[in-house]
Design a protein around this ligand. Structure first.
Ligand code: GTB
Length: 219
């Protein structure tokens, strides 16, 4: 039996790999762990059966035997700890890579989500023009800091790790914001992540869900 993850039956991003199952798929591909996917509708996500797996009624979830997990960060960390390939072998190196996972989720992701959500749902509001530059500047501060730390390195802490996997998935959320163009080294870092064969396989798998759903709704 392979582990099973959940993903959107119809992702609002139309297969652009922005939903958080993408990072779990990518981690599974990096470590060579085959997996099954159960697609869930927005309605099913809020039903008791799914809430038993995910208290907040969201995707992704992860089930393997009698282990059920929610939170993409916890799932990726679990995979990284149980398989080779996503964390350094030495304990200090592991701790540094895990620190970058937390940095991605708790320092970079909140202002990025705030900005991208505003761009999605506040465009027609009277305050949008005034609020947008504030939100952009908050993200610019973090991108500048990240860029200075990355310097000329390919990855954040030595070899590619779960920290980079998480950071790249968080930064990809800025793809349509134009902000990555202001930081060519960060844009190149994201592109390096996206060029990894495991990323491509994960991306194609989630895109196939969307194209399959689009095809079936036409027929
Ligand atoms: N902290 C949790 C984690 O990291 O796992 C957050 C999980 C989460 O936000 N899940 C979202 C969800 O299930 C999907 S990823 N939402 C349904 C709900 O809450 O009812 C967030 C997401 C959705 C869509 C896009 N998009 O279309 O671009 C991007 C990101």
């Amino acid at each position: 039996m392979h582990p099973t993850i959940t993903a959107f039956e119809r992702s609002p991003d139309r297969g652009r790999g922005q939903a958080r199952d993408m990072r779990v798929r990518w981690a599974l591909e990096e470590v060579g762990q085959p997996y099954d996917v159960r697609l869930v509708s927005f309605e099913a996500m809020k039903q008791p059966a799914h809430r038993a797996l995910h208290p907040f009624g969201q995707i992704p979830t992860y089930e393997d035997g009698d282990l059920a997990l929610f939170e993409s960060g916890a799932i990726v960390l679990h995979l990284a700890e149980r398989h080779d390939g996503l964390l350094p072998k030495d304990s200090n190196g592991r701790a540094r890579a895990i620190a970058w996972m937390f940095a991605a989720l708790s320092t970079m992701e909140p202002p990025i989500v705030e900005l991208t959500m505003a761009m999605l749902v506040e465009r027609d509001k009277s305050w949008y023009a005034e609020r947008l530059p504030l939100l952009q500047d908050r993200v610019r501060i973090r991108l500048g800091e990240l860029s200075r730390r990355l310097g000329k390195a390919d990855w954040l802490a030595g070899a590619f790790s779960a920290g980079d996997l998480m950071m790249v998935t968080v930064l990809r959320r800025l793809n349509t914001s134009g902000l990555l163009d202001e930081y060519p080294d960060i844009a190149a870092y994201v592109a390096r992540g996206e060029a990894r064969p495991a990323f491509r396989r994960a991306f194609d798998a989630q895109l196939a869900v969307f194209t399959g759903a689009a095809r079936s709704s036409q027929s």
